[in-house]
Design a protein around this ligand. Structure first.
Ligand code: ARG
Length: 461
């Protein structure tokens, strides 16, 4: 066990099966860049408390930078080694380059504070990427909304046609969800931006490390306040996976809506050939695979979140090896989220709206029945009564198999003498939409207002 970081008190060799079981390099090799960054910062902290001379620190820093360059060119090379984890890998490479000097670097530092520092640095980087994709998705939705302001289609409750809306309005609903996802991620970032480095194995270090300076050097804005907590804390992994889960739930509903709009039964949109696939048996098929996979993959992200909660719930303080499982959950969960954001943007960029079919469908299903009721209320009737009367008129129209606007005025007057010629204007799709002018409503002017607000606040246009 001479080759490990901990072999001194061991007489026997590790069992090969155990080694394979214990090693995490195949997962945590992704932390290489951050392990090197934090090691450079640590070497500077050690110089300040005279563990390393200026010359020694420079040598270590140069060697680490060379290593950084090597892995930048080909990160997968790391996987050729059979080191235990990324920390052992960096250390063994450094020893290969510098000999005994390299062995001074881990003074006062444990893999316990090292691993969570590296992981937080990794999180900060991926968050920036995720935020960019969330914003790009909002932008793509915004562009789609601008193009579809006049595309009227049915809005649903219980998957029954309820009241007419526009495609633009549907896009704006999803923009709101992705803005919330973005805000959540920003909030999480604040809690990740706290450095655990200098916590030692669990209760601090004997060396006079300036932790605050060390943190600032690594781009963290604060330091953790209790080392026992700092090395045990994986709240941020749970938080990120819960952000991912909520956003995947949004992406999954977005996918489900589009799968339904694309179905033969509604036929509101056409998805591009570039993101659909065919059937090996039925030559006529074009299936919405990209969207179905987003819906499907959301389940896996929820799995990773639950894994993390279960992983931690029974763990005594402080570090336990169980925690090594955190990275697989986090990496794979966020990979999925990132990929699904990218694919959603792609799907949306190439979507075609079938305007006529959308508005024809909005005319069906008596989705203007609420207008009848509201009309009577404006003439002085109570809403409950007008609701009841309108329901009876719908029954009548269903019997004649015609839309409400095809019923004659005299027929309508059998139900209430309040009805006049102007009811027919009110029943038009256009009027249904435009009259819902409450703040956040579907009216054309409210939709325009929303588009402009989002443009100004988010995209500075
Ligand atoms: N590979 C380990 C992990 O990812 C690093 C920390 C190991 N610490 C220890 N005391 N064995 O959790």
């Amino acid at each position: 066990n001479k080759t490990t970081l901990w072999g001194g008190r061991f007489n026997q060799k590790s069992n090969q099966l155990f080694q394979n079981f214990n090693n995490s390099l195949h997962i945590d090799y992704r932390l290489a860049k951050y392990d090197i960054q934090s090691s450079i910062a640590w070497s500077k902290a050690l110089k300040q408390c005279y563990v390393l001379t200026k010359q020694e620190q420079i040598k270590i820093q140069n060697a680490l930078n060379i290593l950084l360059n090597q892995i930048h060119q080909n990160p997968k090379n790391i996987l050729d080694s059979n080191e235990e984890d990324i920390h052992s890998w960096v250390e063994s490479k450094l020893v290969g380059m510098l000999g005994t000097l390299a062995k001074k670097l881990n003074t006062g530092r444990s893999r316990n504070d090292q691993v969570t520092t590296d992981l937080k640095l990794w999180c900060k980087d991926i968050i920036i990427k995720l935020l960019n994709y969330l914003i790009k998705l909002q932008h793509t939705l915004l562009i789609t909304a601008e193009k579809t302001i006049n595309d009227i289609m049915p809005g649903y409750t219980h998957l029954q046609r309820a009241q007419p809306i526009t495609f633009a309005y549907w896009c704006l609903a999803y923009i709101e969800m992705f803005i919330r996802d973005e805000n959540r991620l920003q909030e999480t970032l604040k809690r990740i931006d706290i450095s655990p480095l200098g916590s030692g194995a669990l209760c601090g270090t004997t060396w006079l490390i300036d932790r605050k300076k060390l943190a600032l050097r690594l781009g963290f804005s604060k330091i953790t306040k209790n080392s026992l907590d700092a090395v045990s804390d994986r709240d941020y992994v749970i938080e990120l996976l819960s952000n991912a889960s909520i956003s995947m739930m949004h992406l999954s509903r977005f996918s489900e809506d589009l799968i339904f709009f694309n179905s033969g039964e509604s036929n509101f949109i056409e998805l591009s050939d570039a993101i659909t696939s065919g059937s090996s048996l039925m030559p006529q098929k074009k299936n919405p695979d990209a969207l179905e996979l987003i819906r499907g993959k959301s389940s896996r992200v929820y799995g990773y979140l639950i894994s993390m909660l279960v992983l931690l719930k029974g763990l005594p303080l402080s570090y336990n090896k169980d925690m090594q499982e955190d990275k697989e959950n986090l990496f794979y969960g966020l990979d999925i989220w990132k990929n699904c954001l990218k694919i959603s943007i792609l799907v949306l960029q190439s979507i075609k709206i079938k305007h006529d079919i959308c508005s024809e469908s909005a005319k069906k299903g008596y989705s203007n029945a609420t207008e009848l009721a509201d009309y009577l209320v404006k003439k002085g009737m109570s809403f409950r009564t007008s609701h009841h009367i309108s329901g009876q008129i719908v029954l009548k129209a269903m019997k004649y198999n015609c839309p409400l606007e095809n019923l004659s005025l005299s027929m309508l007057r059998n139900y209430s003498i309040f009805f006049d010629k102007d009811i027919y204007d009110k029943l038009s799709l256009h009027s249904c939409i435009n009259s819902r002018n409450s703040q956040g409503g579907v009216s054309f002017s409210e939709v325009l207002k929303s588009i402009n607000r989002i443009k100004k606040n988010k995209f500075y246009i």
